[in-house]
Design a protein around this ligand. Structure first.
Ligand SMILES: Cc1cc2nc3c(=O)[nH]c(=O)nc-3n(C[C@H](O)[C@H](O)[C@H](O)COP(=O)(O)OP(=O)(O)OC[C@H]3O[C@@H](n4cnc5c(N)ncnc54)[C@H](O)[C@@H]3O)c2cc1C
Length: 460
């Protein structure tokens, strides 16, 4: 297993919110896998080109199969004016920062300029950002959140968070669990949207499929904490498409401009009484711009409109395609990589690239929780072993015979290239130190936020 950071776990460590420790338990599966005698972890090894990287063709020459599970490490941009203004923060960067991701260790967001923050996007990441901005720090401080984040949050002036999306309450990608958590957040009220729920939902509640009825009921019920009883609140704003980040100085954000949207067809017109068809039709309801404009004054806005995968350098050289439009490695949904160049772009092709497989967000696109990602990974693993047992052609060709060297050759290659792989035992040493530092501060763990410091731990 090759990982670009010295430490394992990807988004389980650096994405999942610190107040979701139960979700992080999924990492125990890898702890069990790491006990297998033939498992090798090579942290601090980026697969690609450039200094400190191991080229993909070198790996391909040495193994029968490669499984691509490198996730989605870019965030999607909105592509609207003003996106680079001071005060417009990427949710990925903010999440990485509070989770101690080395890449964003120095983000240091200014949360003291005003009392209102806008979050653009209504997925679970947007709700994580909202919760972290508003949650009481006593509990948060005991998790594995970075201590720098706690310090910045303790000085935060943000009291109102507006979470704004293009579509309506039943089309937003958030899940019930995350909305419920925010509704139960101590000391934080829920401000309903300016429009009535009837207007926004557009369907009689009893005609809604069960899953959507539950969302509607939860939203209408609101939070236990009333707005009068607290000075902190969050609000959902619907049917508003971000149009521009505005600033009179061209430097600091002053407002977010929106265009109002409306449903292309009345929501009630797609309801037939068949729950699964209705669920599908209501979830997919499209919106169009009304041309009406509005703005929210704020000096702080988070864009949270999704993550994106990219091809790895060297993939083309080993015959592995990448679908730029969908942002995935084309696959047969079991995880076998499909051969490029057969059939029209985007269409499924019949052939597989021998020995090449994919799993996770780079296979399905950047949606889905850990449970579905794990299921999907198990499917790919099963298919690899099935292919192996059935004698399907793998990356190793007959003429090459046993010349593929596997781990020993790769270990030698890394040495020759002056790369410094971190072994599983190395990670365990970092892990132990992080836990010990956390214990001293009465928290779960204190993550080391710099790669250089992680490597220094291993020197000692
Ligand atoms: C902010 C956020 C919060 C989330 N919260 C939850 C939650 O509360 N509950 C839940 O169930 N799910 C949650 N998820 C979803 C969950 O994190 C994903 O479903 C899951 O992590 C995807 O797994 P993956 O293996 O595809 O990608 P990742 O977890 O991203 O793993 C990919 C790994 O590949 C490495 N990598 C990338 N490029 C290279 C390279 N060139 N060379 C070597 N290594 C490389 C990365 O460093 C990373 O470690 C959340 C996601 C996000 C973004």
């Amino acid at each position: 297993m090759f990982e670009q950071l010295p430490v394992p776990y990807g988004l389980v460590r650096y994405g999942v919110a610190p107040d979701h420790p139960e979700v992080k338990k999924s990492s125990e599966t890898l702890v069990d896998v790491a006990k297998y005698p033939h498992f090798n972890f090579a942290g601090n090894i980026s697969i690609g080109v450039g200094a400190g990287s191991l080229p993909l063709p070198v790996i391909a020459q040495n193994y029968d199969a490669i499984l691509f599970a490198y996730g989605a490490s870019r965030d999607r941009k909105l592509g609207i004016p003003g996106e680079d203004l001071e005060g417009v923060v990427s949710a990925r960067a903010f999440v990485g920062w509070y989770n101690g991701l080395p890449e964003y260790a120095d983000l240091d967001p200014d949360l003291t300029k005003g009392d209102t923050a806008v979050v653009i996007g209504q997925g679970n990441v947007a709700l994580d950002v909202t919760r972290i901005l508003l949650a009481p720090l006593e509990e948060l401080g005991r998790t594995d959140i970075s201590e720098q984040a706690v310090e910045v949050l303790s000085k935060s002036k943000v009291k109102n968070v507006k979470v704004i999306g293009r579509r309506g309450p039943l089309q937003a990608p958030y899940t019930i669990k995350e909305i419920r958590e925010l509704m139960h957040l101590p000391g934080v009220g829920f401000a309903p949207p300016p429009e009535s729920w009837d207007e926004l939902i557009g369907v009689e509640r009893k005609r809604l499929p069960r899953q959507l009825r539950r969302i509607a009921e939860l939203l209408e019920k609101g939070s236990k904490t009333t707005l009068e009883a607290t000075e902190k609140a969050w609000q959902l704003g619907y049917l508003r498409s971000p149009a521009a980040f505005l600033s009179s100085t061209n430097w600091d954000l002053e407002a977010v401009g929106f265009e109002q949207t409306e449903y292309e067809v009345a929501p009630s017109s797609v309801v037939t009484g068949d729950p699964s068809a209705d669920l599908n039709a209501l979830r997919k309801l499209k919106v169009r711009s009304t041309g009406k404009k509005g703005l929210v004054r704020t000096s702080l806005a988070f864009r949270s409109v999704g993550y994106q995968s990219e091809p790895l350098d060297g993939m083309k050289d080993i015959g592995v395609p990448f679908d730029q439009a969908l942002g995935v490695i084309p696959n047969d949904r079991w995880g076998r990589v499909l051969s490029p160049g057969q059939g029209p772009a985007g269409a499924l092709t019949a052939g597989h690239v021998p020995g090449m497989y994919c799993a996770g967000w780079v296979k399905r696109g950047p949606t889905g929780v850990i449970a579905s990602t794990m299921d999907d990974a198990f499917t790919t693993a099963d298919i690899i072993s099935k292919d192996w047992q059935e004698g399907v052609k793998f990356a190793r060709t007959e003429t090459e015979g046993d010349s593929k060297g596997g781990w020993e050759t790769i270990a030698r290659e890394m040495k020759e290239r002056s790369l410094r792989p971190v072994s599983w035992q190395g990670w365990e040493k970092i892990d132990a130190l992080e836990r010990a530092r956390g214990k001293e501060k009465g928290k779960e763990r204190e993550k080391i936020r710099s790669v250089a410091e992680m490597l220094k731990v291993l020197d000692g």
